[in-house]
Design a protein around this ligand. Structure first.
Ligand code: YNC
Ligand code: MG
Length: 388
């Protein structure tokens, strides 16, 4: 049972398959004057703080909390290590609200012990574009787990989102909650197989030697598609058109405008990389691929501290084959020193995963909407949304 989630406007397990329920908001918006004006109560030894991510000191505090306490794999071998620059990028998109970057401090020593954040986004569900809050980086210090702090933090961020007249949210989690709109799987493509095996991220296959494995994953030195190059500022309008057109086919997808594309997809060193194909003849932008940088700390390995991982973001192929486009993405990520390239089975990604030698991971990623019911769950390939 889910004592907290049963009280929230989310699809409930008991309603699965009930097609009489309407698609759309579960609860109506209320007048802003009816939104609770004071913060929720925390246990008396803690206090709320709003985190100014533009401040180096605050950003470092959030970074350090997450570096030591955020998401680990099931075997506790790796922990996400989002960089400070990444956190700034993720939390300060166009129109962001500082009030949605919420920390909890211990009153005695002012230490940051928990965090949750939201950023505004437009997400299209079928034919409807809905203003939503994307929730991420929910984290409670390891020593304060299982004390029901998370529900208070979720209620507080919800209150602050409501104060901005926004009533829906999207989020992902590795845990099953009421109820996923879809469940996706991560796939991993080895770029540096020796290191991945040494740190226990992958295993040597049956009847495989290290040298045969290295040969199996070897890639060309440089991308092969003529006109393949890094995205630049002047490409924003063309990339926006390409992406909007591509994303229009999915049941749930991000609704990107040019401002969003400039923020989310223009390359930022060690944060996000984007490449496109400019036709050598017509100079049209015909294809696009992108990935973000999210290293993981390797826990308790004497030889290595960090796993360098690239995560597939948004990709569109119209003239180049999806296979060749993504192979070029693998080639540039290898050149940049990544150890592994990860991708979810969302959008059309299935069409390249196996052929490009990605292997399925063990963890699953569940996608959720808050206060928005879908009549039925989606297939991962019907989802055009990647959260960080
Ligand atoms: C989770 N990940 O089920 P029930 S993902 C949501 N997302 O409630 P306590 C979660 N809910 O089942 P702990 C959750 N994990 O009794 C647990 N819960 O109804 C629920 N881990 O609270 C859980 N980060 O405080 C249960 O648990 C209740 O001390 C238990 O804290 C949980 O960012 C957590 O995986 C996750 O730091 C903070 O374990 C802690 O264990 C931790 O006793 C490592 O909580 C890091 C980690 C989660 C990454 C993420 C997305 C979060 C989405 C939150 C929901 C947003 C809803 C929309 C709000 C805006 C709405 C508008 C408009
Ligand atoms: Mg707790």
């Amino acid at each position: 049972t889910h004592k907290f989630w049963e009280t929230q406007p989310v699809g409930q397990f008991k309603d699965i398959g009930d097609t009489s329920l309407p698609e759309g908001p579960i609860e109506l918006a209320t007048p802003l004057s009816e939104v609770k004006q004071e913060p929720y109560n925390l246990p008396s030894v803690y206090e709320w703080t709003t985190c100014d991510m533009a401040s180096d000191d605050i950003c470092s505090e959030v970074y350090n909390l997450l570096r030591s306490n955020y998401v680990e794999d099931d075997e506790n071998m790796f922990r996400f290590n989002y960089s400070k620059e990444f956190l700034r990028w993720a939390l300060r998109p166009p129109g962001y609200y500082q009030s949605w970057h919420i920390g909890v401090r211990a009153k005695t020593n002012k230490k940051l012990v928990a965090f949750i954040s939201g950023v505004p986004a437009r997400i299209r569900v079928r034919d409807e574009v809905v203003k939503m809050d994307e929730i991420n980086f929910l984290c409670v210090h390891k020593k304060l787990r299982s004390k029901r702090l998370a529900p208070v933090m979720i209620k507080e961020v919800t209150r602050r989102v409501h104060l901005e007249n926004i009533w829906q949210a999207a989020y992902t989690a590795g845990v099953v909650l009421p109820t996923p709109i879809t469940t996706c799987q991560y796939w991993h493509r080895s770029l540096n197989p020796k290191k991945l095996i040494d740190v226990g991220f992958s295993r040597l296959g049956a009847r495989m030697t290290m040298s045969r494995t290295i040969k199996l994953y070897k890639l060309p030195e440089a991308p092969v598609t003529p006109g393949f190059r890094k995205m630049e500022l002047l490409d924003v309008p063309a990339v926006t058109r390409l992406l909007r057109n591509y994303l229009s086919q999915f049941g749930v997808a991000t609704d990107f405008d040019e401002n969003d594309v400039e923020h989310w997809l223009l390359p930022r060193e060690d944060v996000v990389d984007s490449y496109l194909v400019e036709s050598p003849e017509t100079h049209d932008v015909t294809d696009f691929c992108s990935f973000y940088t999210l290293p993981s700390t390797i826990l308790g390995n004497p030889n290595y501290t960090t796993l360098k991982a690239a995560y597939s973001y948004y990709n569109v192929a119209t003239q180049t084959s999806f296979l060749q486009l993504m192979n070029d993405a693998l080639i540039v990520s290898k050149q940049k020193g990544f150890d592994v390239f990860n991708a979810l089975d969302v959008m059309h990604n299935e069409s390249f995963l196996k052929e490009l030698k990605f292997g399925p991971g063990d963890g699953q990623l569940h996608y959720y909407l808050y206060n928005y019911r879908l009549r039925s769950a989606l297939k991962p390939s019907e989802l055009g949304l990647v959260l960080l």
